[in-house]
Design a protein. Structure first.
Length: 563
């Protein structure tokens, strides 16, 4: 049986980072195990083609939730990346670190050493920002981050920002810097016109290291334990048993769905869950698979009165021209995810940090890239980002091929329902501002007939979709916390030589897309695994509104939405 110092399970957003950093000195042998295969495909690398890899069985595990009781019994899709780069190879490439308060909340919840001051240096270490490094941004990290086409060529992006300012919110030049709150340009993990997945940015440059071995097409069955110490990994590759032994540690980076599954199949988890799946318990940790969180979103859609949207670029011939320009020059509409302006706002007074996020898209279209209306239109993706509802992930049996049982319990908590009411009404008010007058046609959805609490509740339950940000299922916390799975150094409680490093360890979901904080987490965890001193905490200031306890925004809107 082959022996490696470190075995990393999962070559996704965290695993590729760890493979790079743990093998960098040349002192340690590192094995990176991935269930999928190569991510070398034009539709993965081309930013505008983001809907295609997500729809492909080659690149997506294609999970789905159980019928969700609070959203009319609908089963909600839960895409997870399969292949090198993991979900960073199929996601929307939106780069959002989160609010500074998110990480301070982590620290207060028992994840000591994970405050914003502790995390900011690792965000910077990971990043190569198009504008170069400064107090908040990294200039020479592996991960390329830019603004796509930087809003050039379409007036709708700026109109949305201007509407937000007219509605009484601040503008922000960099929501990943001093101030998240406000309206401004959106950032994406795109460099040189190509998707900057963790496979491309972290793994490709180091694949030839002699001390790094990458295994693909390996389905991990379980961890191999000797008492309370994890000795290795057992799985299947091309129908044959696959086993590796770990000299130092096994690091589980399979993601918020698969990491708790592998723990449970290994006999690590809640005793009742294990018993129902026919698995003998080895280490009882009741938090494994619990604390599941996710973001929901809806599309606010409008007809566009001017022929400036992207709806006339969705035909086959236009797509061919876009693709040809991208193939030849890595530029044009093929080099962006089209979410080039955005916003983060507080939905009510009494909040120090934003809890609602907007992605603006200058087209009215479905997620698969097809138009949803005749003519021109635009839409804004929106949802509350700090849900209180919690779900769970659990294996159905000990068989590694069997999909898990996933239940998010979306909208279970009454506060989440109330947050959606505020969200719908605030969005209408923003879109009604004078800056949108030249472009805003009729509201397609929700439609003006959706206005009362009851109507909003019913429409949301029928139309919300996952924003694809599952996390929290192996929560980080103090070793004596009842629901914690890992300690703040990512070690699994009660076991030796095992850590979990991925979005499953988030104590709570951040205010934004979760790829960026997952990469940061892996950067920071790499130092912990190697026994290195952490980077010096940042003293960079963070903006907090002076009147947050009394006001929801800085000033009254120019125009209120008509009743």
């Amino acid at each position: 049986m082959a022996v490696f110092d470190y075995i990393i399970i999962g070559a996704g957003s965290a695993g590729c980072v760890l493979a790079n950093r743990l093998s960098a000195s040349g002192e340690h042998s590192v094995a990176l195990i991935e269930a999928g295969g190569s991510d070398r495909h034009i539709l993965v690398q081309m930013p505008t083609a983001l809907s295609y890899p997500m729809a492909s069985e080659r690149f997506n595990w294609g999970y789905s939730s159980e019928p969700e009781p609070y959203v009319n019994g609908r089963a909600i899709t839960c895409p997870r990346g399969k292949g090198l780069g993991g979900t960073s190879s199929i996601n929307g490439m939106v780069y959002v670190r989160g609010a500074a308060a998110d990480f301070d909340d982590w620290a207060e919840a028992g994840a000591s050493g994970w405050s914003y001051a502790d995390c900011l240096p690792y965000f910077k270490r990971a990043e190569s920002w198009q504008g170069g490094g400064d107090t908040y941004r990294g200039g020479d990290g592996p991960l390329g981050v830019g603004g796509g086409n930087n809003m050039v060529g379409n007036p709708l992006y700026q109109a949305f920002i201007d509407a937000g300012v007219e509605a009484g919110y601040p503008g922000t030049d960099d929501y990943n810097g001093f101030r998240q709150e406000g309206f401004g340009p959106m950032h994406m993990t795109v460099k040189g016109g190509v998707r900057s997945s963790t496979s491309r940015s972290y793994l490709d440059p180091v694949r030839k290291r002699q001390n790094l071995t990458v295994f693909t097409q390996v389905l991990v069955d379980r961890l191999v334990l000797d008492g309370k110490r994890v000795r290795g990994v057992s799985g299947w590759r091309e129908g044959q048993v696959f086993e590796l032994s770990a000299g130092k540690e096994v690091i589980l980076s399979a993601g918020a769905i698969a990491s708790p599954m592998i723990l449970q199949r290994s006999g690590i988890g809640d005793a009742q869950t294990l018993a129902e799946a026919g698995i003998e318990p080895v280490c009882e940790l009741q938090g494994v698979g619990r604390n599941l969180q996710d973001h929901l979103e809806v599309y606010f859609q409008f007809h566009c009165k001017e022929p400036v949207s992207l709806n006339n670029r969705l035909g086959l011939f236009s797509k061919f021209l876009i693709g040809a320009q991208w193939v030849l020059f890595k530029s044009g509409l093929g080099a962006t995810n089209h979410f080039e302006s955005c916003a983060f706002i507080r939905s009510q007074a009494g909040l120090k940090a934003p809890d609602v996020q907007y992605h603006f898209l200058p087209a009215a279209m479905r997620y698969d890239g097809t138009p949803s209306i005749e003519g021109h239109g635009f839409q804004v993706h929106v949802g509350p980002n700090k849900p209180k509802s919690r779900g769970r992930v659990r294996v159905r049996s000990a068989e590694p091929e069997e999909a898990p049982s996933i239940l998010f319990n979306y909208l279970q908590h009454a506060d989440d329902v109330a947050a959606w009411r505020r969200c719908i009404r605030l969005t209408r008010e923003i879109m009604a501002q004078p800056a949108m007058d030249a472009y805003r046609g009729d509201e397609i959805q929700p439609g003006l007939d959706v206005s009362s609490d009851e109507e909003i509740d019913a429409w949301v339950r029928e139309n919300v979709e996952s924003a694809y940000h599952p996390c929290g299922t192996c929560r980080m916390g103090a070793a004596d916390a009842a629901d914690a799975v890992v300690t703040p150094d990512c070690r699994v409680i009660g076991l030796e030589a095992l850590r979990v490093v991925d979005a499953s360890v988030f104590p709570s979901v951040t205010n934004g897309n979760i790829n960026a904080p997952t990469i940061m987490l892996a950067e920071k965890a790499a130092d912990m695994i190697l026994g290195r001193a952490p980077l010096t905490p940042s003293d960079a200031p963070v903006w907090t509104p002076d009147d947050w306890s009394r006001k929801q925004r800085a000033r009254a809107p120019v125009r209120a939405y008509p009743s």
